[in-house]
Write a protein that binds this ligand. Structure first.
Ligand code: MN
Length: 489
């Protein structure tokens, strides 16, 4: 493993294999209504309560394009630094399935709405650019439910017709770690843009994972397998590792890898063959005669460009330049739009360095422990900023601040109120501290003698005593100064 490039290799019998990964992410467009009908897209509704005649594919019903979804796709394309195509075409992708009443999915085939773009990944070994091949709009299918009735399969059409953006990467990803960072970055960009909530538990973000392997250094790509519909990053990583190893084993046994579509079994942690991979022509794509080609004017693109907020990469750059953060700190703070907002609110009137440390340290630990999003933080940005100011102006020590932080979690009181109520103010009056220290010296004469005869380590003992007697409130800097002075006499 070289220093600047972390390689993910699979080794067998002195052969090293590289893994080549491409992702087709299906991201649900944030929109109140579906791509071609006005039905609601709200998650969690009773089955089949959000189904129009269009979604149920009643004969003669015509799709009507949802302009908002088009704008959302353009927005996402701009966020991916991609080319927006002035003309795109909706096609019918024909296949049969019980949860697809139309008998075809309306998708975009030859002419997608968004062309090539890119995403920059911050890896421990540096930045890596991942190419985006395209982004196209398509309808989601309904949902087949197999676990309600042992003898039959139920169909819920609430999801039928919901707008999806299929975002296809180039095969530029080469490890499970890169896949992790890629998905998070893509999700982060879409959340900044408000075009997809990225909620993987609710199925708003799922990926088909294409995996192939080749001997290190070889030019020719191996045969790829596609693992369908993986809905968590952890499962994507597990599926990739399993699948890459399976393919390497086949090649090492002089067997061939069949191009096929596979399924990841999360219980057994293995991929299984679903069907041999269909080619595009199996779907008999043709332009949907119910929908005209979609024309997007440059004016519309320019208007949307003006609505694009500051995105993670630009925000990171600004945080580093303006606030003097390290790239690492900036990366963490911009990774989620809510976190970056929280940070900027805290530093409106408090110390940047302290705010950075408290947010990435104590606050993140708390949120992690309670499994909370920062928007649900039990400590508001305003209160954290107050706490930081109390540390900064010497009212409380950093150690006491941790106690106050704990108390802030339990009550909704602010930092000032807690410090006053509990009498936690830092003792910074030299006279008071001297009194306290004199007492400790008097009561520990044996230790004083040992210290004076060269046992330097005992200094810590005295500091500890002062802190104990003052209940942690003594100003540590002053305690050190006074103790040094007194013990040298
Ligand atoms: Mn698709």
């Amino acid at each position: 493993m070289s220093k600047d490039k972390q390689e993910f290799l699979i080794s067998r019998n002195n052969n090293n294999y590289e893994v080549i990964i491409g992702l087709e992410v299906h991201a649900q467009v944030t929109s109140n209504s579906k791509l071609f009908s006005s039905s609601s897209t709200k998650f969690g509704a009773e089955p089949n309560t959000q189904v129009s005649l269009v979604d149920a594919a009643f004969p003669g019903m015509l799709p009507v394009i949802n302009e908002f979804c088009i704008k959302q796709a353009i927005k996402t394309g701009i966020g991916l630094k991609a080319k927006i195509n002035n003309k795109s075409v909706f096609d019918r992708k024909n296949y049969f399935y019980a949860d697809l009443p139309q008998g075809y999915q309306i998708s975009q085939y030859k002419y997608p709405i968004v062309g090539e773009g890119k995403i920059i990944l911050d890896m421990p070994y540096g930045q890596k650019e991942i190419g985006i091949e395209r982004l196209h709009l398509e309808q989601d299918a309904g949902k087949s439910i197999h676990d309600i009735d042992p003898d039959s399969t139920m169909v819920d059409l609430n999801r039928s017709g919901v707008a999806l953006m299929e975002i296809v990467s180039k095969p530029d990803l080469s490890s499970p770690d890169e896949v992790n960072v890629y998905i998070k970055k893509l999700r982060s960009i879409m959340r900044y843009l408000g075009t997809c909530d990225g909620n993987m538990q609710e199925g708003s973000l799922r990926a088909d994972v294409n995996v192939s392997v080749k001997k290190k250094g070889e030019e020719k790509l191996g045969t790829r397998c596609e693992i369908k519909n993986v809905n968590s990053i952890k499962f994507m990583q597990m599926a990739i590792i399993y699948e890459a190893n399976r393919q390497v084993d086949l090649l090492e046994d002089d067997k061939i890898v069949d191009q096929e579509t596979r399924l990841f079994d999360t219980k057994k942690n293995e991929t299984r063959s679903m069907r041999s991979k269909e080619d595009a022509h199996d779907y008999r794509y043709f332009p949907d005669p119910d929908l005209l080609p979609l024309e997007v004017s440059n004016d519309l693109i320019d208007t949307i460009k003006k609505e694009i907020p500051e995105l993670p990469d630009e925000k990171k750059k600004r945080f580093i330049e303006k606030f003097n953060l390290t790239p690492y700190e900036a990366t963490i703070l911009v990774s989620d739009i809510e976190t970056s907002k929280f940070f900027e609110e805290v530093i409106k009137d408090s110390d940047i360095k302290l705010a950075t440390n408290w947010i990435t340290g104590e606050l993140f630990a708390l949120l992690n422990e309670k499994n909370l999003e920062i928007s649900k933080s039990p400590i508001s940005s305003k209160n954290l900023s107050k706490l930081i100011n109390l540390i900064k102006n010497g009212t409380i020590s950093g150690k006491i601040a941790k106690t106050v932080f704990e108390l802030m979690i339990e009550s909704d009181k602010d930092a000032d109120a807690i410090v006053n109520e509990k009498g936690l103010k830092q003792e910074s009056d030299p006279k008071q501290l001297e009194k306290l220290i004199d007492n400790i010296i008097k009561n520990n004469q044996d230790k004083v003698n040992e210290y004076k005869s060269g046992k330097d380590k005992l200094f810590g003992f005295f500091v500890g005593q002062v802190m104990k007697v003052s209940e942690g409130k003594a100003n540590p800097k002053l305690v050190n100064e006074i103790l040094k002075d007194k013990l040298s006499k």
